[in-house]
Each structure stands twice: as structure tokens, then as C-alpha cells.
Write a protein that binds this ligand. Structure first.
Ligand code: FES
Ligand code: MG
Length: 569
């Protein structure tokens, strides 16, 4: 390695006046890892590596890492993995979203601080892919996303099981006394049985598809099952593609553009994908100064058909989606609606990618644009006096008979209040009421948990009630379903109208009009507003990451990113 070069181990060298000494020192330490001089002189592909004993979805990462390294080495560069924090969705308290920004900071700073010329981002579980894309977008070093891939399904009797839409389905049966404790215990051991991310079009699979739609992953890789041999070939190919980026750099800022974000939004709508993905995509795009107003989502929703028949909206699983043609088949159907001149990490445009010959498509799983499952997109934004800055409804996962409805609010003021009262036999509630949960938004102590899927009160579920209108400033798992209005912005704790709702108020939902209104007159609302005291936590009483979070987190319509992580003007 010549002393004037700025790549490989010499990259970004800290230089206190004697550059040659700094390089000599760094090479000495690098050589202690047993690298030959030849290896020390190569360019480096960093690998952001995220296995964890607390992340079941990434348990096959050691094997995938070997394949990435093989691809990098064979293409002539040196692979060097480095750890970042990993976020295993179900193991984080109070909620994984709180730590997505922390992982994005870790990823960004370690890409920037360490000597690498390109980076492979190995992620998969819900928050990891958005965190890595956010960090990589800010660092803006050539980067390729490689995802874990979905879990395979399992069986229980005649039932096919996949985490975690079926988890909810069976739990609802248990709550309704249709199955007993012994049976739910058996099912518990069968729901998630292989490596990989949740087996349905939940948040992880949605984000995997959006990463590919943006052009940040290799074509055809989003849906390959975690345990399929093609997943290892995709890992090897990703390593090789990262080496190509060394000669012909394509930076995240060239791939993630307003046009590719629009493509990703179209794909999100066509998948009937996770509501969380709108928050994540907003955060990723926001790192490059691209706003996603929810009015844009509605415009695209009106002209984008739902094409994918996957749980939680439809009936199939991710492995079926892979064998049916995967994301490529969806992109081909959407082709007339997409911006085809978008650059991807391969150096090709999206249009060039879609010119390649296609595999046969299983139309039971991926519909054609001519005969879609739904003529309009799976998600809509709602605005109105209850949600001045918007709310989200996954209409493809909701009960259309509840779409045009006025109801009486039954308010739960916090997660604790909900837990204490929801199963109370004395609770005054009917199936026609609207359940309202307050104080579960981004700045609440719980950090916007997936609590928006409010349980149907036991007194109603035991009578067979399966869905009700439920409204909150919380999120919902991508694997959940129901007529659930989420991400109400501004949140209750910030003084949003949601915090002013009282039990007995009337609320009107109209999906046709994209509206959600609190039918309380302005005089009464002003009186309540004057008496309102925010439940916000005082950052002065907090320390460490809790304090940073409380001071910096933005609302859902800004992706719940931190204000300090947005680009500087
Ligand atoms: Fe990791 Fe669902 S728990 S993707
Ligand atoms: Mg999830």
C-alpha cells in the first residue's frame, strides 16, 4: 500500500503531523490479525454484522457471513466484518422502535470511523434494515443491503403456521375460549421454527422488499427464504457486487432519491405492506432531505392496485411469495407506474433490471395489474379534527363494513389503563363503540409501542366480536390486522386532539373521504385544551439515551427520527 493512497487500511487515517508513522502503526496492528502484505494492500468491504443471542431472526448470520466474505475475496477485495447493535423485535423493552435510531447512529458512525471503501449491511429483523439504511444514507459510502430472508412455515394438525399472524389468530381463539391452555402451549412451540424473519408480509418482509425496490439490494433477493441455498448465493453475490462498487461507486444518495422513494411507496401499497414501513421509509428518505407527506401516500394509493395475496392481508406466506416470482413479479406488474430511470446498487437502472427475462408467476399469490386483488393501495392516510397531521389505516387488513361509521369513544388514557380495564366484565362497551388509546405515541415513556392492535374486550370477544374500530397514537405490528387507526399525529402527550377525547364523545371515520373527526364543538375542545396538562416527561429528569430520545424524537409524520440526525442545511 503506497503511503499516499487513501483506501483499505490507510483510509481516513488519523494523522497527527506524521502520516507515515500513523500508517506504519495501523499496518502493524492490522498485520497482527495475520493478514499477508498482499491482503493488507487490498481495498476493504466492511460488513455491518448483526447476529445476537437476542435476535432469533439472525441466527443463520454466521453462515451468511461466510458467503459474503467468499464473494468479496473472490472479487479481489478484503472483507472485514464489524459488529453493530442488533435489534431482536420481541426481546426489547419497552419497544424496539426506541432503539432503531440508536442502531442507525451506531451504523453510521462505525461506517464513517473505520477504514472501509464500501459496506454490506446485514440486517433483517424489523428495525434493523431501516436503521442500517438510515445510517448508510447519512454516511453515504457505497453500500448494499443484504437481508436475512423469511422463516419457513410450520404445521399444527391440518393448519399451516407462520409467525406471527397465526400467533395472533390462535391467541384470539384462546381468548375466546375456543382452545385451551394445553393447546396454545403446543402451538407456541410450532409458530417460529427456522432462522429468518417473520413468515408473512410483516414489517421485516415489507422493509426487505422496499430496500430492493429502492435499489439498495440485489434484484430478486428480498424474499429468498433464510434457509434456502439461494440465500447463501445471494450473500456471495452481494459480496461480489460490493467489490464492483469500489471501481464504480454508487452512493446511497444516488440510489435513494425522490423517484426511487416514490417507487418504494408504490410497492408498499401494492404489497398491502406493514404500516410501520411508512414510518421507516419516511425516516430513511428524511436522511437525504426527502419528505414524504401523507397526502403523497394517498395520491399514490388511489392509483396503485394491491397485487400480493399474503398474510396478514391475504392467505399465503413469504416462501410462497418467493416461489411465485417474488418482488420482481410485482415490479413488472407495476412497471407502467414506476420511475424506471432510477439507479440501483448494481449500476443498472430499475428499467434495465426489468428488461431481463422473467420467471413464470403464480397468479394465486401475485395478481396481475389487470386483475388485482384490490384496485387501490393497501394503506391510506386519514386527516381531520382528530388527526390534523394525519393517521394511517391499513384498509387491506381491515373490515370494510366499518369504513364509514360514527361511534362512541371509549377512552383508555394509557397502556396501564388499558391493561387494567379491557377485560373487566363491567366495562361499558359494545361492538359499535370506538376504542381509543391515548399516550402511546413517540414521546411517551413507552416509545410508540405496537399497542395499536388493542385487544377486543373479553366480554365482546367471547361473544364472537372479531373486529372493532380502534384508534391510537401507537403503532401496530406488521403481522396484525383489523380496523385500526394508527400513528395519530400530533400524539396525545404532545397536546394533540387525541389527548382531548373523553369517553362518550362521538368520532366519525370515513375511509372514502380519508377523514377521522372528533365531533366535539370548538368551545368544549378549547375548555379541555385549557385544562390539559401534557404527560411529557421532563428531559431534565432523564439521563443517557432516554434523555437524548426524549429531547430529540420527532413525530410519526417525520419518521420518528431524531431532529439532530436530519441533514444539516
Ligand atoms: Fe424478527 Fe418478526 S421477530 S422479523
Ligand atoms: Mg413485527
Amino acid at each position: 500500500m503506497s503511503d499516499t493512497e487513501d483506501h483499505g487500511f490507510a483510509r481516513g487515517l488519523t494523522n497527527y503531523g506524521d502520516r507515515d508513522f500513523s500508517l506504519y502503526l495501523r499496518k502493524s496492528f492490522a498485520s497482527s490479525m495475520g493478514y499477508s502484505r498482499e491482503m493488507l494492500s487490498k481495498k476493504i468491504v466492511g460488513i455491518a454484522y448483526t447476529p445476537s443471542g437476542f435476535n432469533n431472526c439472525h441466527r443463520h448470520f454466521p453462515e451468511m457471513l461466510e458467503a459474503v466474505k467468499r464473494g468479496v475475496l473472490a472479487a479481489g477485495a478484503l472483507p472485514v466484518e464489524f459488529p453493530t447493535i442488533s435489534l431482536g423485535e420481541v426481546f426489547l423493552n419497552p419497544t424496539s422502535l426506541k432503539f432503531r435510531n440508536l442502531m442507525s447512529i451506531d451504523t453510521e458512525e462505525m461506517i464513517r470511523a473505520q477504514p472501509m471503501d464500501a459496506v454490506v449491511l446485514m440486517g433483517g429483523c424489523d428495525k434493523t434494515v431501516p436503521a442500517q439504511l438510515m445510517g448508510a444514507a447519512s454516511a453515504d459510502l457505497p453500500a448494499i443491503q443484504l437481508v436475512a430472508g423469511p422463516m419457513m412455515t410450520s404445521r399444527y394438525g391440518e393448519e399451516r403456521l407462520g409467525a406471527c399472524t397465526d400467533c395472533r389468530r390462535f391467541w384470539a381463539k384462546y381468548r375466546a375460549d375456543e382452545i385451551d391452555g394445553e393447546e396454545i402451549g403446543k402451538i407456541e412451540m410450532r409458530l417460529a421454527t427456522t432462522a429468518g424473519t417473520c413468515a408473512v408480509m410483516g414489517t421485516a418482509s415489507t422493509m426487505a422488499c422496499l430496500a430492493e425496490a429502492l435499489g439498495m439490494s440485489l434484484p430478486g433477493t428480498a424474499a429468498i427464504p433464510a434457509v434456502h441455498a439461494d440465500r447463501l448465493r445471494a450473500a456471495e453475490a452481494t459480496g461480489a457486487a460490493a467489490v464492483r462498487l469500489l471501481a464504480d461507486p454508487v452512493r446511497p444518495s444516488q440510489v435513494i432519491t425522490r423517484k426511487s422513494v416514490e417507487n418504494a411507496l408504490r410497492v408498499l401499497l401494492a404489497l398491502g405492506g406493514s404500516t410501520n414501513a411508512i414510518i421507516h421509509l419516511t425516516a430513511v428518505a428524511g436522511r437525504l432531505g426527502i419528505d414524504i407527506p401523507l397526502t403523497w401516500l394517498n395520491e399514490l394509493s388511489d392509483t396503485t392496485p394491491v397485487l400480493v395475496n399474503l398474510k396478514p392481508v391475504g392467505s399465503h406466506y413469504m416462501e410462497d411469495f418467493f416461489f411465485a416470482g417474488g418482488l420482481g413479479a410485482v415490479l413488472r406488474e407495476l412497471k407502467p407506474l414506476l420511475n424506471l430511470d432510477c439507479l440501483t446498487v448494481t449500476g443498472e437502472t430499475l428499467g434495465e433490471r426489468l428488461d431481463a427475462p422473467a420467471d413464470p408467476v403464480d397468479r394465486k399469490v401475485i395478481a396481475s395489474a389487470a386483475e388485482p386483488l384490490e384496485p387501490q393501495g393497501g394503506l391510506v392516510a386519514l386527516f381531520g379534527s382528530l388527526a390534523p397531521r394525519g393517521a394511517i389505516l391499513k384498509r387491506s387488513a381491515a373490515d370494510p363494513t366499518l369504513f364509514e361509521k360514527e361511534g362512541r369513544a371509549v377512552v383508555f388514557s394509557s397502556l396501564e389503563d388499558l391493561a387494567n380495564r379491557v377485560d373487566d366484565p363491567e366495562l361499558d362497551i359494545t361492538a359499535d363503540d370506538f376504542m381509543v388509546l391515548q399516550n402511546a405515541g413517540p414521546t411517551s415513556a413507552s416509545g410508540m409501542p405496537e399497542a395499536g392492535y388493542l385487544p377486543i374486550p373479553r366480554k365482546l370477544s367471547s361473544k364472537g366480536v372479531k373486529d372493532m374500530v380502534r384508534i391510537s397514537d401507537a403503532r401496530m405490528s406488521g403481522t396484525a390486522f383489523g380496523t385500526i387507526v394508527l400513528h395519530v399525529t400530533p400524539e396525545a402527550a404532545q397536546g394533540g386532539p387525541l389527548g382531548l377525547v373523553r369517553t362518550g364523545d362521538r368520532i366519525r371515520l370515513s375511509v372514502a373521504n380519508r377523514s377521522i373527526d372528533l365531533l366535539v364543538d370548538e368551545v368544549e375542545l378549547a375548555r379541555r385544551r385549557a385544562a390539559f396538562s401534557p404527560t411529557l416527561r421532563d428531559p431534565e429528569t432523564l439521563r443517557g439515551y432516554d434523555r437524548l430520545y426524549a429531547e430529540q424524537v420527532l413525530q410519526a409524520d417525520e419518521g420518528c427520527d431524531f431532529a439532530i440526525l436530519k441533514p444539516t442545511k
